[in-house]
Design a protein around this ligand. Structure first.
Ligand code: ZN
Length: 99
């Protein structure tokens, strides 16, 4: 399994509805700890041949509510085109969580 990359993108947390800039762990097949923004072309230093168009999984923990959620990252022409919130449920689901 390849390592992940980071994607910085503006989105709205589906858990607390706060909008802001999120640092998303992005699981691209070419993952190599690169830092991306929307509109960037993927850097591929692996021997894996990337598809032109695919949807990668992203994961982040909201800095506002400390809950996690998944993101679909749309890649078109090997470029990070758009993101949208995934239906996949996060792992952190304890409303009383306070350390
Ligand atoms: Zn949140």
């Amino acid at each position: 399994m390849a390592s992940y990359d980071f994607l910085t993108a503006y989105c709205t947390c589906p858990r607390c509805r706060t909008s802001g800039t999120f640092e998303i762990e992005a699981f691209f097949p070419s993952g190599g700890l690169f830092e991306y923004n929307l509109g960037d072309e993927l850097i591929n230093q692996t021997k894996i041949k990337l598809k032109e168009n695919f949807i990668a999984e992203g994961y982040t923990i909201c800095p506002y509510c400390d809950k996690d959620f998944f993101i679909n990252i749309q890649v078109r022409n090997k470029t990070i085109y758009a993101i949208n919130i995934s239906d996949k449920k996060g792992y952190i689901d304890n409303p009383a969580k306070k350390h």
